[in-house]
Write a protein that binds this ligand. Structure first.
Ligand code: PMP
Length: 353
């Protein structure tokens, strides 16, 4: 159903004022030939409603943060408690410390953590930290993994770049491109060869690749990465912006029982508000300013409202561990039925259960 409201938004306003009418490319659904974005008015639970009051079941869930759905009462209740106190102070608040404490308690590799405003910032800073810690320049990432949109990580990237048919962004200098090495996900032999022959600061990986369609992770690959990075004194970074607090409470590292040196987080830890984090071994994290000289800063880093919403979300997950079993059961139910329908209508689908 289309009506005056969405027409005004999509044609006269959004497209003229904002590139593609959206503030993040995947919202345009270009790769599935949607003519215009959906403009959301509100969300509740598993549903969203657009500007024309069309109702949708929301499988996007803000691309990850809303593991509890829209407007979960526990999250809203906590946010409401502080939202009238003020929004941001440029000074620390107890809410950041509460969130940090919970993250350190739950994520096996994290002894110290720094909050950021986005996942992009978290991965960008983790890479810089790894370079400073090792004194090496080159980094290794895997083709199709997406780690946000900082220059160094936008090489052979996944997510919107992949679905839109290109994997490298324009506007990145040759120098940066030269320092980002890439290999196919899962190719341990090549990783071993490379790390034994080149000085590499870090290997960054999505332990469950979530930005290039359905690729299975074999535990042996991650175990191999851990072994080789340890032997070559390369920093291993798990980008758990998506898998953190989702695959298991302690993320992929808890699920697979493999501990990286650094971990990046985002999405769920802000409960739907802007946030990110990088953390890991104390001796590495203590190189971050103001203790050390690896600069990371942010006007809204560790924003109190985001921290409170993240704390409420993670606390709820921690207090209701059954949620992960339910999530798996519901996903299997959905996948089974999608598979049945696909078979009935002769559509190819790829399933990993
Ligand atoms: N890492 C991964 C694995 C991601 O999926 C994303 C975003 N989808 C990012 C980093 C970047 O996070 P943000 O969009 O918050 O900058």
């Amino acid at each position: 159903r289309s009506s005056a409201a969405s027409d005004v938004y999509k044609r006269q306003k959004a497209f003229n004022l904002i590139p593609g009418g959206v503030n993040s490319p995947v919202r345009a659904f270009k790769s599935v030939n949607r003519e215009a974005p959906i403009f959301v008015k509100k969300g509740q639970g598993a549903r969203i409603y657009d500007e024309d009051d069309n109702e949708y079941i929301d499988y996007i869930c803000s691309w990850g943060p809303l593991i509890l759905g829209h407007n979960h009462p526990k999250v809203i209740e906590e946010v409401k408690k502080i939202i009238e106190n003020g929004s941001s102070y440029g000074l620390p608040t107890k809410y950041e410390v509460d969130l940090a404490e919970l993250i350190v308690e739950i994520v096996p590799s994290i002894e110290k953590v720094r909050l950021t405003t986005s996942g992009t910032e978290a991965t960008m800073s983790a890479v810089r930290l790894a370079r400073a810690y090792t004194g090496r320049n080159k980094i290794l990432k895997f083709e199709g993994c997406y780690h946000g949109h900082s220059d160094a990580l936008l090489v052979k990237s996944g997510s919107g770049l992949l679905t839109d048919g290109y994997q490298d962004s324009n506007g990145i200098t040759d120098g940066v491109l030269k320092d980002t090495l890439t290999l196919g996900f899962g190719d341990l032999e090549k990783v071993e060869n490379l790390l034994r022959n080149e000085e590499v600061a870090c290997v960054i990986v999505e332990p469950i690749p979530a930005n290039m369609g359905l690729i299975e992770t074999h535990k042996e690959f991650l175990q191999g990465l851990r072994r080789i990075t340890e032997e070559t004194k390369t920093v291993l970074i798990f980008d758990e912006v998506i898998s953190g607090f989702r695959l298991a409470l302690g993320g992929a590292q808890e699920f697979f029982g493999i501990t990286p040196d650094l971990t990046t987080l985002g999405k769920i830890i802000g409960g739907g508000y802007p946030v990110g984090a990088f953390g890991g071994k104390r001796e590495i994290m203590d190189l971050v300013a103001p203790v050390g000289r690896v600069y990371h800063a942010g006007t809204l880093s560790g924003n109190p409202i985001a921290s409170k919403a993240g704390f409420a979300t993670i606390s709820y997950l921690k207090e209701n561990p059954n949620i992960y079993k339910e999530l798996a059961e519901n996903t299997n139910y959905l996948v089974d039925n999608v598979e049945k329908l696909a078979e009935k209508y002769g559509v190819d689908v790829c399933v990993n259960s």
